[in-house]
Design a binder for this molecule. Structure first.
Ligand SMILES: Cc1cc2nc3c(=O)[nH]c(=O)nc-3n(C[C@H](O)[C@H](O)[C@H](O)COP(=O)(O)OP(=O)(O)OC[C@H]3O[C@@H](n4cnc5c(N)ncnc54)[C@H](O)[C@@H]3O)c2cc1C
Ligand SMILES: N[C@H](Cc1c[nH]c2cc(Cl)ccc12)C(=O)O
Length: 512
């Protein structure tokens, strides 16, 4: 196998495949020293833990090397109105008497914060808490890692781990380079100049600038937005999502941070702006920030100015990284003997941190549908279908954030209410007006987002009214009210007992 590209996608793929197949598959990674990687990509899903588990890596092995911190939720600020915030947490939504707690909350709102009333994590985020005690124990005993847990996303569906990570993606790529090369992966630092096709239109070999010809049976295209193999050499069309998700640009800044003074919030923050939103991702020694915006509404210079104002003087000397984003997916990600993984396969704006999840999911599917020495079109079709549905499903979920956002204070936000929505979503949006989203009324194929995630965004953004089930008028509400009280008590006890993230990571740094 030849993996072209040494960004997060290239090295995650090489590391995972070598863990899966060992020396039975010969893997080479070709990485250009002249063409840079995107270099952002710092927030993840909680599912990412299965990736590290599969590689046999414990947190103590990789987290310090990647400046990693814990993430309990995404915090959305100003999506409803200035000053308002809500969380999308890593915490299953409880049900009472067959109805999700959000339904009960709509019928009997105990406070004006559905997230605090329904999820313990919202209070932990507001209080900046770590999900682990200073001695390393996890906040909930039932989540304590033990041997023999399933180690793929698919096996875990339905279960949920209470946190994800923030990390420096380029440090992870570096860490995985060491991991993979120590296990036999060949690393060629060179630029691919030409992709040679045989008479069937399959890739026969690559021509590099200094290492000559590189042959392979399967080529994994991890060349980023270029799509050097899949889109350029094999001419696979790109299906744009821009009609429903117009943000096509980003400007990123790294802000130095002092963990002895500045809080390390245990969440990714997405703060709505005039033409998009700003991400804030707390790492050990810096904040990752960036403004994701639509060029149709805002010039890059103005976006950079807004971002610099937002972060303040701490980043005055930091260079800005302007990025043009290709939003959408390759029509097929596996074409002939080329499998595109990462940005070459597809990308949506990083509002819910889906980029690394797409990579992780694609790698797992590649192992599941691996062609070995033959090329069975059924396997290819199975792979492509699974990867496409993940991206198309996430697209719908992101559109809901903009449709649902109550703010409509300028042309950008007003347009989010009238823009075309993907096929199927219009009907689902109508259904959600009468009944909170559930498994029967959300995107029907696996895409990493459970129905409760839709509940969080619908109730949090506040622009689409939804109603409690009328049946709740006829069902005793006491068990639901008791559940709200139990959540309140549990949150209070955990906030009192858990350290802040700063305290936790300071203790880690001091090595006790
Ligand atoms: C603004 C922004 C914010 C993001 N935030 C997040 C986030 O918070 N969470 C998340 O999960 N994801 C996020 N992502 C997505 C994440 O960055 C990517 O999914 C991830 O970095 C994977 O990128 P990649 O490896 O596919 O491509 P790249 O990082 O672009 O790497 C491409 C590689 O291909 C190599 N290459 C290219 N051409 C050649 C050639 N001719 N010969 C040899 N090598 C070549 C390059 O040298 C490079 O090593 C974000 C993306 C953007 C744009
Ligand atoms: N895939 C599950 C559910 C999930 C995916 N993205 C998010 C984001 C947030 Cl903030 C909460 C839950 C989920 C997972 O990874 O936990």
């Amino acid at each position: 196998m030849v993996v072209v590209g040494g960004g997060t996608a290239g090295w995650m793929t090489a590391a995972y495949l070598t863990a899966a197949f060992g020396e039975r598959v010969d893997i080479t990674v070709v990485e250009s020293a002249d063409i840079g990687a995107v270099g952002v990509g710092e927030a993840t899903f909680s599912d990412i833990r299965h990736f590290f588990e599969f590689l046999g890596l414990a947190e103590r092995d990789w987290m310090p090397a990647c400046n990693a911190t814990y993430k309990l939720a995404v915090r959305f600020e100003n999506w409803r109105q200035p000053g308002h915030h809500f969380y999308h947490p890593f915490e299953q939504l409880r049900s009472v008497q067959g109805f999700p707690l959000t339904d009960w909350w709509l019928r009997h709102p105990t406070t004006d914060r559905f997230d605090v009333d329904c999820f313990v994590m919202a209070s932990l985020c507001d209080a900046g808490r770590s999900p682990r005690y200073l001695d390393g124990r996890l906040l909930e005993q039932e989540f304590v890692e033990k041997d023999g847990l399933p180690s793929t996303i698919a096996e875990y569906q339905g279960a949920q781990f209470p946190y994800a990570y923030h990390f420096e993606a380029h440090l992870l790529a570096k860490y995985l380079t060491r991991y993979a090369t120590q296990r036999g992966v060949t690393h060629v630092v060179d630029t691919v100049r030409e992709v040679a096709l045989d008479e069937r239109g399959w890739v026969s070999h690559l021509e590099t600038a200094e290492h000559g010809r590189i042959d392979g049976d399967i080529f994994v295209d991890c060349t980023g937005f270029r799509g050097l193999l899949v889109n350029k050499a094999l001419a696979e069309p790109f299906v744009s999502y821009q009609d429903s998700l117009p943000n096509d640009s980003a400007v990123a800044l790294q802000v130095p941070m002092d963990m002895d003074k500045d809080p390390i919030r245990p969440c990714t923050t997405a703060t709505a702006q005039d033409a998009g939103w700003i991400w804030t991702i707390p790492l050990i020694s810096r904040l990752g920030t960036g403004y994701v915006y639509a060029r149709d509404y805002l010039e890059p210079e103005e976006a950079e100015r807004t971002l610099r104002e937002f972060v303040g003087p701490a980043a005055a000397d930091a260079p800005a990284n302007h990025i043009r984003m290709r939003i959408g997916r390759s029509r097929r990600s596996w074409v002939n003997n080329v499998v595109a993984i990462g940005l070459s396969s597809g990308f949506v704006e990083p509002l819910e941190s889906t980029g690394i999840f797409f990579i992780h999911h694609a790698i797992e599917q590649l192992v599941k549908f691996f062609p070995a020495t033959g090329f069975d079109p059924q396997l290819q079709e199975g792979y492509n279908s699974s990867v496409q549905h993940v991206m198309d499903g996430v697209r719908e979920f992101l559109v809901l954030h903009y449709r649902g956002a109550k703010r409509a204070d300028n042309q950008y936000w007003r347009d989010t209410k009238t823009r075309a929505v993907p096929d199927g979503l219009a009907e689902r949006l109508e259904a959600w007006r009468s009944k909170v989203p559930d498994a029967g009324s959300t995107y029907p194929r696996y895409h990493g987002l459970p129905p409760y995630s839709y509940n969080c965004i619908l109730l949090g953004t506040g622009g689409i009214e939804t109603l409690p089930s009328p049946a709740l008028d006829l069902i005793d509400e006491k068990p639901a009210l008791a559940e709200f009280q139990a959540i309140r008590h549990k949150a209070r006890a955990l906030v009192a007992a858990l350290p802040t993230q700063n305290e936790y990571f300071r203790r880690m740094r001091e090595g006790s």
